[in-house]
Design a protein around this ligand. Structure first.
Ligand SMILES: Nc1ncnc2c1ncn2[C@@H]1O[C@H](COP(=O)(O)OP(=O)(O)OP(=O)(O)O)[C@@H](O)[C@H]1O
Ligand SMILES: C[C@@](O)(CCOP(=O)(O)O)CC(=O)O
Length: 586
């Protein structure tokens, strides 16, 4: 099944950004799931084999063409069974490149795994004759496109910016937008290298089997944690691989031993450079079947306070059928869209995670109570979104009729609407709106208790004005850890607008452009895997979900097809991505 590595001259892998719409802070504990939506904005890594003289030393050059001076050089040496990686002195000491552990550790661990799974001869063949050129490129949304005056561009202005726009500054000076650039970069880099080096198989049609995705996921989590110097929850890397899903954290112990070795990529010629080949193997920890990567909500006693959501039950039955554990897929329901805002409050968000963790430690009883309330709101949200997808699968006409109606009213008017025109879909929309209000309220309370601006008042004000002032806005909040950096809204796009934009969404953008208390502007992306991204894939999923849900509540799970991975990591070609070819030639 594997494509012979020697046949690969070029490998391009794309991975999405993420928005954690429910479960911030709680997801640090595997007892609580989080709802992470991948974005249509993506990161791309292009790996090309270079021509040159075959030798035991292979140069690996990494270029990030959107930034000034962003060029990193590495050398892989293969001698007998020993493989070492060093960074060139010139790029290590360069003021604009320097050490970049997200890049260097991704390369290091991908090489190690390739050596373990294929042997040094095959690894050398994959790097021959002249080593590798690697390009990393991000969709414009990953970085703030504000002008030097700080003004936020409108959607139409953003649309007129060429793809993969040069930022005109070094990477350290750039303003990120919270989509998870380091996770999407690490994951697409690890994925493209493992595929290019033949360490994970691709299917004949170019898709990636679940085992391959799982191995890319596990390796990228290791590289990202090692680069960050800490183990976060990892939902960003998880979304970069699996797209939108219901996330549960893996067991830290799975990689702690490897992290404790504190490996890093040494500079060429330094004393450490001689000892950078580790004899410890990665495979036992990283192999897809290692159960520590999958805290099962159904079988482990770990879940403590929470019950598995309906959608996790579904995922377990899919995994049983596929014999590979993958997290519960969770695209937004049809006709749902997401809009994100780049907020420039002119102040740095203080360390929110530290404050919340400290509060939880000092007030364990209060924290337990609040976490229980938040967990319940998060699960209700996941279950109501799931029920909406099911409702669409069962009766798309009735669903569309209800969405058309709801999108013509402000969501605070839906209660009166359902009395006038009773509809099960409208009731589910109200349930979803209420769950989003509870999640938002819970996050605000968490911040208040911990003395941390999780949802600062200025952010709460603009979110409230957006939801209350426009038609069809289901809810919103501050994603992830919150703070002043970003916000998201979920809204309905009525069937009658076709591919056009929803009037409620346009009204929100107008409101933002006139907002003076904060500088707020839209990003271009929507949700990955949502109806707009791939209606066919979503319809297939809806049918599949209703098939499972309508089936046996206990006993044997029905046979179901593998979910598509449209919203997650995928193999692409340079030509199919608008503007990528030009950006590589710049
Ligand atoms: N295009 C790129 N080229 C090279 N390195 C990059 C690129 N994008 C991000 N990085 C690396 O990722 C680091 C940023 O990671 P960090 O974890 O601080 O942010 P983040 O949480 O991913 O941010 P955000 O979620 O806002 O995108 C940069 O300092 C750089 O090392
Ligand atoms: C607070 C936390 O739950 C969310 C951080 O999310 P983000 O990086 O702000 O999107 C921490 C984590 O999950 O790693």
């Amino acid at each position: 099944m594997a494509t012979p590595a020697s046949a690969r001259k070029e490998t391009v892998v794309s991975a999405p950004g993420k928005v954690l719409i429910a479960g911030g802070y709680l997801v640090l504990d595997p007892a609580y799931p989080g709802l992470v939506i991948s974005t249509s904005s993506r990161f791309y890594t292009v790996v090309r084999t270079r021509d040159g003289e075959a030798s035991g030393r292979f140069p690996v050059k990494v270029l990030s063409p959107q930034f000034v001076g962003a060029e990193w050089g590495f050398v892989v040496s293969i001698q007998g069974e020993e493989v070492t990686l060093v960074q060139t002195k010139e790029t290590y000491t360069s003021p604009h490149a320097g050490p970049n552990p997200f890049l260097s550790l991704s390369i290091l661990y991908a090489l190690r795994l390739a050596k373990e799974t294929r042997g040094t001869d095959a690894l050398a063949a994959s790097l021959s004759p002249g080593g590798l050129d690697i390009y990393v490129l991000a969709d414009n949304d990953f970085y703030s496109q504000r002008s030097s005056s700080g003004a936020a561009p409108s959607t139409s202005e953003l649309q007129s910016i060429p793809p993969f726009q040069s930022q005109g500054k070094p990477i350290k000076d750039v303003h990120k937008t919270g989509l998870g650039s380091s996770a999407a970069m690490t994951t697409s880099l690890v994925g493209s290298l493992l595929i290019h080096l033949g360490a994970v198989p691709t299917a004949p049609d170019g898709s990636l089997p679940s085992e391959s995705l799982a191995l890319i996921h596990n390796t990228a989590q290791l590289a990202h944690c090692a680069a960050q110097g800490k183990v976060g929850s990892g939902f960003d890397v998880s979304a970069a691989v699996w797209g939108s899903h219901l996330f549960r954290r893996f067991d830290k112990d799975v990689i702690q031993g490897i992290l404790d070795r504190g490996e890093r990529v040494a500079v060429e010629g330094s004393p450490e450079a001689e000892t950078s080949d580790s004899s410890e193997t990665l495979w036992p920890a990283l192999q897809p079947s290692n159960p520590l990567w999958h805290p099962s909500p159904l079988s482990s006693g770990q879940v403590g306070e929470t019950h598995p959501t309906a959608v996790e039950g579904l995922a377990a039955s899919i995994s049983d059928n596929l014999k590979v554990a993958r997290p519960a897929p969770m695209a937004l329901p049809p006709r749902f869209e997401m809009v994100l805002a780049d907020v420039d409050a002119g102040s740095n968000t203080p360390s929110l995670v530290g404050k919340v963790t400290e509060w939880k430690r000092s007030k364990p009883e209060w924290a337990k109570q609040l976490y229980r309330i938040l967990a319940s709101a998060n699960q209700t949200l996941a279950d109501s979104l799931f029920s909406l997808t099911l409702a669409y699968g069962q009766d798309p006409e009735a669903y569309d009729e209800a969405v058309e109606l709801a999108a013509s009213k402000k969501s605070k008017e839906w209660d009166a609407l359902v009395k006038e025109k009773p509809s099960s879909v409208l009731k589910l929309l109200i349930e979803t709106r209420n769950a989003m209000r509870s999640v938002q309220g819970g996050m605000r309370e968490l911040g208040r208790q911990a003395g941390a601006p999780v949802e600062p008042n200025e952010m709460g004000d603009v979110i409230k004005a957006s939801i209350d002032g426009s038609e069809g806005i289901v809810g919103g909040g501050v994603p992830g850890a919150g703070g002043y950096d970003a916000m998201f809204l979920l809204y309905l796009r009525p069937p009658s607008v076709g591919n056009g934009s929803a009037p409620g969404r346009d009204k929100v953008e107008q409101l933002w452009s006139e907002w003076t208390a904060l500088s707020v502007g839209p990003l271009l992306c929507s949700a990955g895997g949502s109806a707009s991204a791939s209606t066919a894939a979503l319809e297939q999923q809806a049918k599949m979900l209703s098939q499972v849900h309508g089936g046996q509540p206990s006993g044997a799970a029905p046979a179901v097809a593998a979910p598509t991975n449209d919203g997650g990591l995928r193999l692409v070609s340079v030509d199919e991505v608008k503007g990528l070819k030009d950006a590589l030639e710049r």
